[in-house]
Write a protein that binds this ligand. Structure first.
Ligand SMILES: *Cc1c(COP(=O)(O)O)cnc(C)c1O
Length: 360
């Protein structure tokens, strides 16, 4: 079977070597040596100053919303993983869906201002597949209306725009280090904050608001990363550039073997140093997507419908169907993410491309 992704694992020995210190110290969690090392190593890799590790990327989103004190309506994208919307709902805020740009598949900045009301407190947008949102435009809209900006950068680890890490924008950027992501710690995540005060708040929120002894400063939760997870992150981080390079190769092979095929691809803006997190292809219509998907499954190839359904149609929204997002809804019916992982061979990519050609 060829899955959409396969977790890159270090050798067992590499992991044990890194984890040795945990056995020596006996400290398994609570901001131990591994978490502190990973915090500075990831900060350095991304070139950011204020980063807090979290137990996963969903709590990273939730705590970013909390730390920025967002209440009321949050303008967001209908085209992302479900966690983006769930975090807004779980924090008691209201998602206001704004359609996506058909070129970048990120939130369409031209539609944001019309969605702003007196209850709007912020914008939560995803750099979907690692392609950047219209960061400059979003920033100027936010400034004009006094809104906070959070970027869900779960797909963007290692990606850069004009030399700056894609995790360095907005009031907060959140990351996921889940096993399916390009850089992982099995489970894990982080929030990058522009303001050191927000970073301090994130630190407190992620550990019960505990400030030592029997003192609790604010309502907190447990979103701490464990030492065992941080050790995995420490072993994986030096491999990230090699992982990106291998994925770039896969992406080139797809480009080559899919040439002339009637499939659209998201638009990469100038100045983007892409991380090759995904290889999405967009079909002309839902029928041809489903046909191709069935053919691939017949050959034991398992692409995924990232991202389906459009989040504005989720059944558990207060009023599903309240926001109409025709571009995102159509995209969600026509897109497939093709298999993409370190170790995927050109042979397999040729086979996948051949199947796609045959039903095109
Ligand atoms: C994976 C993902 C998340 C959630 O991250 P977890 O670490 O799995 O909680 C959030 N947003 C997006 C866009 C994701 O792809």
């Amino acid at each position: 079977m060829i899955p959409v992704t396969r977790t890159f694992l270090p050798t067992f020995e590499e992991y044990m070597e890194q984890a040795k210190g945990i056995w020596e110290s006996g400290q398994l969690t609570n901001n131990g040596a591994q978490v502190r090392s990973l915090t500075s190593a990831v900060s350095q890799y991304l070139g950011v100053s204020h980063l807090e590790l979290m137990s996963n990327g969903t709590l990273a989103l939730q705590l970013a919303i909390r730390a920025l004190d967002l209440r009321g309506e949050i303008i967001t994208t209908p085209f992302s993983y479900v966690a983006t919307t769930n975090a807004i709902l779980w924090e008691g805020c209201e998602p206001v869906f704004v359609d996506i740009d058909p070129q970048t598949l990120c939130i369409d900045p031209r539609l944001i201002e019309a969605a702003i009301t007196d209850k709007t407190c912020g914008i939560l947008a995803t750099h979907v597949y690692g392609y950047p949102c219209a960061i400059e435009t979003i920033e100027s809209i936010a400034k004009k209306h006094g809104l906070k900006v959070i970027y869900d950068a779960a797909h963007a680890f290692g990606g850069k725009l004009n030399g700056s890490s894609l995790a360095s924008f907005g009031d907060c950027s959140t990351l996921s280090f889940h096993a399916t992501k390009l850089f992982h710690s099995a489970e894990g995540g982080a929030v990058v904050a522009a303001d050191p005060e927000v970073a301090r708040k994130l630190f407190l929120l992620s550990r019960f608001g505990h400030i030592g002894e029997d003192n609790y400063l604010c309502l907190g939760i447990n979103a701490k990363m464990s030492e065992l997870h941080a050790a995995m992150g420490m072993v994986m981080l030096p491999k990230v550039d090699q992982i990106i390079a291998a994925r770039r190769q896969c992406s080139f092979w797809y480009d080559e073997h899919l040439q002339g095929c009637h499939l659209a691809r998201p638009h990469a803006p100038e100045g983007l140093e892409y991380n090759y997190a995904y290889y999405p292809v967009v079909f002309d219509d839902a029928r041809s997507m489903k046909l191709a998907l069935a053919k691939l499954i017949e050959h034991d190839i398992r692409p995924r419908r990232y991202f389906h359904p459009a989040l504005n149609t989720l059944p558990f929204l207060e009023q599903p169907g309240r926001y109409s997002c025709p571009v995102a809804e159509s995209m969600a019916e026509r897109v497939l993410s093709l298999p993409m992982f370190v170790g995927l061979t050109e042979e397999s990519i040729k086979q996948i491309s051949g199947i796609l050609r045959s039903c095109n």
